[in-house]
Design a protein around this ligand. Structure first.
Ligand code: FAD
Length: 468
């Protein structure tokens, strides 16, 4: 490794969340020392506050990164495979829509805090990483290369840095400090919909009250409820709803349900009972969850520039926060970590060149997953109920069976593969044209012209790079 980190030989990371901790582990494997600062207390001593995406869907990109860090086996011990979407209609009827072409293609429900703790344990075990909890980054002095941290007891701490990595999430203090000295071209686009976290506990025998091997969705057009399993028998449930009645995307109409209208328990209860009747008996502590959990805001943050000179760089949500509807924010953040490490492999570079190279390789991908995540909200809350969508999924699987080197549906490319997101997006556009043409007038797979399908796929789609 020819890159030097000044006199200390150490890299500073702000944020010991998902990306910051994984990056620390990967950097330590490359021989770097790391100082890792986190505003919250050590999660191993202090349980994380409820109400913020307790569990997460882990997909191939995230698994690939954990594997590189040597942590996949440990993480697999507490993940639960989900083989498809289990749709709940208003009558309580259930329909399973498989995610993949076969049972090997699943996504994994994983526990945020346990994942973080597994990575923190690995970070400390490396002997190269110093963790500083209860350290809120409050100021960056770029000229003096000095960081100021505030502690809960009012104390402050100063820290000299050589190289600073901002992995401090969507509200990144590092990003704000960089923006005060450079034009990062930041855009923030709020969704107008928020989320509230609810829960379904295990039953008295400790068992799941619904099928644990599915991501449950109650799609209701303008809004939805979803539930992901936790090892231990419970489900974490999330209600996604417009913040205000007119905050939808045109399809809710004036006065549609919104968090703004659900101001008291009778209204909250009535809404849940009307819309999600089969979930109601399972949602223990619903009144308390409505009362105590904050409504989380959702939005997309993009930057045109992710680094400042040779001093600092952004990674994960700090660089590109996306809405959660493709279950890819963490996966993308983990992929950033891998790409950042890959950029260090080139000897003879200085830090500014490493940062620039990393940005060049990732920024189009970050924008592509941001767009796909927004598009997937409409798919989850609405399209999944449409017979044409179901037929399209069947056709995608059939085309993949016939042309495994050339055709893989866009959702599968995002979730089960590591083809860069920007390439997935482009391929998705090409494939959509083919799918539309083949589905013209068709109501079942039998009515699809497969001679034409074979010709279009072979003529119009290049082989997908990187497949075995
Ligand atoms: P974070 O995980 O937010 O970590 C940032 C860390 O920095 C935190 O520990 C924070 O305390 C710390 N910090 C912040 N400010 C400071 C400061 N000033 N000083 C010191 N420390 C600071 N992604 C998926 O891949 N799959 C999913 O299923 C999924 N579901 C989601 C559901 C919801 C409702 C939400 C909101 C998000 C979901 N995501 C999902 C996205 C995922 O949570 C994020 O993309 C991921 O957490 C990003 O990791 P990060 O390390 O960049 O940021």
């Amino acid at each position: 490794m020819s890159l030097k980190v000044g006199d200390t030989g150490r890299i500073t990371i702000a944020g010991a969340g998902l990306a910051g901790t994984l990056l620390a582990v990967l950097l330590s494997r490359k021989g770097f020392g790391v100082d890792l600062f986190e505003r919250n207390p050590d999660p191993r001593e202090d349980a994380a506050p409820g109400g913020r995406s307790i569990n997460l869907a882990l997909a191939e990109r995230g698994r690939n990164a954990l594997n590189l860090a040597g942590l996949l086996e440990q993480v697999d011990a507490f993940t639960i495979p989900m083989r498809g979407r289990m749709l709940h209609d208003t009558e309580g009827q259930l329909t399973l829509q498989p995610y993949g072409k076969d049972e090997s293609e699943v996504i994994w429900s994983t526990h945020r805090a346990r994942l973080n703790i597994t990575m923190l344990d690995a970070a400390e075990a490396s002997g190269k990483i110093r963790c500083y909890f209860d350290h809120l980054l409050s100021d960056v002095d770029w000229a003096a290369q000095s960081l100021s941290f505030s502690r809960a007891d009012g104390a402050t701490h100063q820290h000299q840095f050589e190289v600073l990595i901002g992995a401090d999430g969507g509200g990144s203090a590092v990003r704000q400090a960089m923006a005060s000295v450079a034009d990062l071209g930041i855009s923030e686009e709020m969704l107008g919909h928020g989320y509230l976290e609810l829960s379904i506990p295990a039953n008295e025998s400790g068992d799941f009250q619904m099928d644990p091997h599915a991501l449950h969705i109650w799609p209701r057009g303008g809004y939805m409820l979803i539930a992901l399993p936790n090892s231990g028998g419970s489900f974490t449930v999330t209600l996604f709803l417009p913040n205000e009645a007119d905050a939808g995307e045109g399809d809710l109409g004036e006065g549609g349900p919104s968090f703004g209208q659900l101001t008291d328990w009778p209204r909250q209860k009535q809404f849940m009972q009307d819309q999600f009747p089969d979930a109601m008996p399972l949602l223990a502590g619903l009144e308390a969850d409505f009362r105590d959990h904050p409504v989380g805001l959702l939005g997309t943050i993009r930057c045109r520039k992710w680094f400042y000179r040779d001093q600092a760089v952004l990674l994960g949500d700090a660089a590109h926060a996306v809405v959660p509807f493709h279950g890819q924010g963490m996966n993308a953040a983990f992929e950033d970590c891998v790409e950042f490490i890959n950029c260090l492999e080139n000897t003879g570079l200085n830090w500014a060149e490493v940062f620039e190279r990393y940005q060049e390789r990732r920024i189009d991908d970050a924008n592509a997953i941001a767009d796909m995540a927004l598009e997937n909200y409409a798919i989850m809350r609405e399209s999944v109920r449409d017979p044409r969508f179901l037929l399209m999924k069947k056709l995608e699987h059939e085309l993949e069976r016939r042309h495994p080197q050339r055709f893989i549906g866009r959702y599968a490319l995002v979730m089960f593969h590591t083809l860069p997101y920007a390439q997935v997006y482009q391929r998705g556009l090409q494939q959509a044209i083919i799918l539309d043409r083949l589905l013209e007038g068709a109501r079942s797979l039998e009515q699809v012209d497969f001679e034409l399908a074979d010709r279009l796929v072979v003529e119009q789609l290049q082989k997908i790079p990187g497949l075995p």
